[in-house]
Design a protein around this ligand. Sequence first.
Ligand SMILES: N[C@@H](CCC(=O)N[C@@H](CS)C(=O)NCC(=O)O)C(=O)O
Length: 358
Amino acid sequence: MSDVPKAVLYYNSASIWSFVVLLTLEEKGYGKDELDLKAVDLAKGENFGPKFLRINSKATVPTLVVPLDKSLSVEIESRYKAITESKAIVEFLDKSRSPLSHTHTTSDAPAPILTPATIDFTATCKVIIEDLLHSDDADPNKLLYMNARDEESLRALADSLIPLMKGKVDALNHCLSDAQAGNVRASEKVVKFWTSKKEAAQMLLEVYEKAKVPEAELDANAKAHRAEFFKVAKAAWEVGLVHVLTKLNELIIAPYALGEQYSIADPHLTAWLATLILLAGGDANDNGNVAIEKLGKHIGSSLVLSKVVASEAPRTDAERTSARTKLGLYWDTVRERPSWKKVYGNRVNLDLYQKRWS
Ligand SMILES: N[C@@H](CCC(=O)N[C@@H](CS)C(=O)NCC(=O)O)C(=O)O
């Protein structure tokens, strides 16, 4: 049995969308013996290497590689398919372990169905996952790279991100020079992809590397790049993100995204909200009110979220009087789940942000 090909999850321990999958594995009760986890070092640009690109041409994690049915025998040459979007991976994991299915596993944990059963909830899930959390406006990596709207915060951001951005640029330069020297075979499309990724990373790196230079001392080019950075950062944090947070706070039902039942929308929302709270200077121990307040303060006056009474059937005076945003209530609820404790609680393992998440 141990020779049967296993699924492989390529992930990174500082990647928000990888956390969505790790949370789902816990929620679905997958056993450790059911798939192998392989870390991809994004700071060294491992995701851009030809080997990884053959698996996922978008060069992103998470990526789940699953053996096709016919290859589930060692006599047949193994064939695989790669699932390259966290949304599709969550749906696949949800379908592949059900209360009735017997997968090759030592886990006897329950396998609740996370896909909603009604048309209404299916539509709501789609809006939450696709139209909101995976929209450009909500892009947590953009919000990370652009998490500075003044010179002081730009200096702090540069300190934490220069190693990552430098690693990416170096790796991409390496790929490009290998291709040019004929050491690796790369199609025109791949060379184009590497070049565009390098240009984007290089642009950010230049802004970060000059973060300590006072504006008056920058040359005209660098001054324009810094001004453009602040303009994009302001729009991302004060307009795009505000739109997403406002919509989410209206749309989710609480305590979970769809009310009482944990669904496929929740691992996406949990990991996304955790990243945002972290980027705003909050931490895992902040309760819902504090965490959302910190997020609001970080964004500025443009975020106004409506509040609801904590409980429909209040038992205590505190419950009667304390109003929370639905997102705050959500934050308090998901941090109590075993999946949260397993994925975030024990390993407190967002490498990039580790210092702030203590
Ligand atoms: N839409 C994709 C997004 C995946 C994504 O952007 N992953 C990031 C890490 S969270 C990544 O791999 N970035 C590549 C890089 O940083 O070079 C998904 O939901 O899986």
